[in-house]
Design a protein around this ligand. Structure first.
Ligand SMILES: O=c1ccn([C@H]2C[C@H](O)[C@@H](COP(=O)(O)OP(=O)(O)OP(=O)(O)O)O2)c(=O)[nH]1
Ligand SMILES: [Mg+2]
Length: 179
């Protein structure tokens, strides 16, 4: 019987990913790994990126620099290649590892990632879990495939009285329900 768990999404079936594990007997969190190598640029480049960005707005032919500025100004979205199934009355919370900021300067700009039960197998991206990251250390950080980037904790959530939720099923993530 399936209750809650992680699965590998279709596009990473052949990528040799491993499912998240708890590292100690009573660890609450399942450590999620990066599915690919990815650079998280230092936010120290942001003042420069901001200037370049403004410059490029006036000169659209500078597309390459605009692209560079955009990469530096936005959090990086790290694919995990995973989706999670869970009961309707539970949520999977993505939280940083304590060593993330201390040893690597890495933070989740959304603080806690909320993975809803109806995100699983959604029509847009199959429910693939992404981790947002910013790097406040002064140098770029290379995250390697297989690095443990955050931890996922399954928890029950509560609803208010008379919660007649007739909203549709989730179609995607990151703003899919509108602004
Ligand atoms: O760190 C995160 C946070 C969210 N999600 C996915 C799962 C979640 O179910 C969906 C929507 O997240 P949330 O409700 O927090 O974001 P939103 O900006 O409100 O998007 P939406 O309008 O789609 O609800 O995006 C991730 O993959 N990683
Ligand atoms: Mg939402």
């Amino acid at each position: 019987m399936k209750t809650r768990g992680f699965e590998i999404v279709s596009r990473y079936q052949e990528a040799g990913l491993t499912l998240p594990k708890r590292q100690t007997k009573q660890a609450a969190g399942y450590d999620l790994q990066a599915a690919v190598d990815m650079v998280v640029p230092t936010i120290w480049k942001q003042p420069l990126a901001k200037m370049l960005w403004a410059y490029c707005q006036k000169r659209p032919q500078q597309g390459r620099w605009a692209h560079w500025a955009e990469q530096v100004l936005k959090p990086v979205l790290i694919p995990t290649g995973l989706k999670a199934y869970l009961p309707a009355e539970e949520v999977l919370l993505l939280v940083n590892r304590s060593s993330g900021p201390l040893k690597r300067g890495l933070v989740l700009p959304n603080s806690v990632g909320v993975i809803d039960a109806d995100y699983y197998d959604n029509p847009q991206n199959e429910g693939e879990i992404f981790v947002q990251m910013l790097n406040f250390f002064p140098t770029d950080r290379l995250i390697k495939k297989g690095d443990r980037i955050c931890q996922g904790i399954f928890v029950p959530y509560l609803t208010v009285d008379n919660d007649h939720n007739d909203a549709p099923r989730r179609q995607g993530g990151f703003g899919s329900s509108g602004e």
